[in-house]
Design a protein around this ligand. Structure first.
Ligand code: GLN
Length: 500
């Protein structure tokens, strides 16, 4: 005999794999309330989430208050696409009343007094914050191992890293601890963890999403974007996140777009550019096979392939590791123990207070970046490193301009290998830096890029296909990804331990 289920429970089980549209329809039909949805995911975070360490903060009371407000909006008939939907936010976004740590001891006591633009947008849309996700300290890392709060584990294999720096968000979506999440991408931190966790993630064109209230790492590269299972969901999220904000001087003033508008467009005749540099030495055979199989699917959908060249791409990692630390060293100077965050408890004078505070507050990777950044900006080395890197950045961007004369979209691997093991690269920064070899050039050029699930490799760990669009072509990229997701089911797979 069936036991009586708690109210809404059978429906909630179906919610596990529901798209945002399906969730919104269930909410609108009162099959489930926003409060029940929030409780359901909070419970998953509490029970299943502990193995993954994907969250730094959860605050059920705050989440449920937002959910009750969302239910009132739904009852009043004023729901928007994301009203009542639980969202996990990377702990890099300042959220009023929430502990906002950026994965650092330096901010381990910082409760934000204000909302980032991204948070404000989600809140205005009626979405419910279910928690703040774990991340590499100040978004510096590719494995989530630099977090002061400990590493995140990959839901497909808890011996593996989830990728970084938005590893908590990617793992949370993969394990269905939240239907969707936000992240940021300075050199690959949305696309790389999306690939390694088997979810979809998009980094928009630089300037499309405001950086206001997003703790700065390398300001000329940082860009926020969404994580979800499907391209369709990413489009709905981008509709909420994108748009002009006068408080970010690099925010672009453009007419609002509906990023869902082109999802169903046929791909016949689309020219897919394949950069030779993406398929060269260093690419693991399982990744190469998955990318080739994905490209074969696109050909079946009517796409043509053309070879393109990105001759300066090989310089992108060294260029990035001059520019990003330079900007970081300047951005992180604000953490001085005076204004907010950690302060050493004992010191002799002001200089000693700065030194001790920063020595205690920052982890090794952050210190390494500050040292490199300060060095390349110093009077004697500026021309040799910083200025040279800026010139090369221009050449890298120019390669893409040339490539997009021959093709509509570029495809390749997101990462050189599937997820590696925890600890495997933690002691070797250069090996770690190379895991972003296919993603970094996109940030240097300011282009939009995404990663979508494209199969499984060694050890049954997920693999991603990277899709790079021309400036402001997010709707087209989402169209390409959506069409792929109509003929493949990689994005629908759930890690075995999290399918219930
Ligand atoms: N892994 C790269 C780094 O460590 C990129 C990080 C990011 O995109 N935030 O800097």
């Amino acid at each position: 005999m069936a036991t009586a289920a708690a109210p809404g429970l059978p429906t909630l089980r179906q919610m596990l794999n529901a798209t945002l549209k399906e969730l919104a329809a269930q909410l609108a039909a009162r099959k489930v309330s926003s409060v029940e949805l929030a409780q359901y995911f909070l419970k998953r975070i509490e029970t299943l989430g502990s193995q993954l360490n994907a969250f730094i903060s959860v605050d059920p009371e705050r989440s449920l208050a937002q959910a009750r407000a969302a239910d009132a909006l739904i009852a009043a008939g004023s729901a928007q696409a994301l009203t009542g939907i639980p969202v996990a936010h990377k702990d890099i976004f300042c959220a009023r009343g929430w502990l906002t740590t950026c994965g650092s001891r330096m901010l381990s006591n910082f409760v934000s007094p204000y909302d980032a633009h991204v948070i404000e947008r989600y809140n205005q849309a009626g979405a419910v914050i279910v928690g703040k996700t774990n991340m590499d300290e100040f978004a510096m890392g590719s494995s989530n191992e630099t977090s002061y709060y400990g590493p995140v584990r990959n839901p497909w294999d808890t011996a593996a890293v989830p990728g970084g720096s938005s590893g908590g968000s990617a793992a949370a979506v993969a394990a269905r601890l939240a239907p969707v999440a936000t992240g940021t991408d300075t050199g690959g931190s949305i696309r790389q963890p999306a690939a390694l966790c088997g979810v979809s993630g998009l980094k928009p064109t630089y300037g499309v999403v405001s950086r206001y209230g997003m703790i700065a790492f390398a300001s000329s590269l940082d860009q926020a974007g969404p994580f979800a299972r499907t391209a369709e969901d990413l489009a709905l999220m981008l509709n909420v996140m994108a748009g002009f904000d006068a408080r970010d001087s690099t925010s672009l003033e453009r007419a609002p777009e509906d990023y869902s508008r082109a999802l169903t467009r046929p791909l016949k005749g689309l020219r897919v550019g394949l950069p030779a540099e993406f398929f060269a030495e260093g690419l693991a055979p399982d990744v190469a096979r998955a990318v080739e199989a994905a490209i074969a699917e696109f050909k079946k959908l009517g796409c043509e392939t053309v070879e393109v060249k990105l001759p300066n791409m090989r310089l992108s990692v060294p260029v990035y590791y001059v520019l990003a630390p330079a900007e970081a060293s300047s951005n992180l100077s604000r953490f001085d123990g005076v204004r907010y965050g950690h302060r050493a408890s004992e010191y002799t004078d002001l200089a000693d207070m700065y030194r001790k505070t920063r020595a205690e507050g920052f982890g090794a990777e952050v210190k390494r970046r500050i040292l490199i950044g300060t060095y390349v900006l110093s009077a004697g080395y500026y021309d040799a490193y910083y200025l040279k890197a800026q010139k090369l950045r221009r050449l890298i961007a120019q390669d893409f301009v040339e490539a997009f004369k021959k093709c509509d979209i570029i495809m390749g691997p997101t990462t050189p290998t599937a997820a590696f093991n925890l600890g495997e690269k933690a002691q070797d920064p250069v090996q770690m830096y190379l895991s972003d070899i296919y993603t970094i050039a996109v940030n240097l050029a300011g282009l939009p890029g995404m990663s979508i699930p494209a199969g499984f490799g060694a050890g049954n760990r997920p693999l991603g296909l990277q899709v790079i669009g021309n400036y402001f072509c997010e709707a087209q990229m989402l169209n390409v990804a959506h069409q792929f997701q109509q003929v493949t089911d990689w994005h629908l797979r759930t890690p075995p331990g999290f399918a219930q």
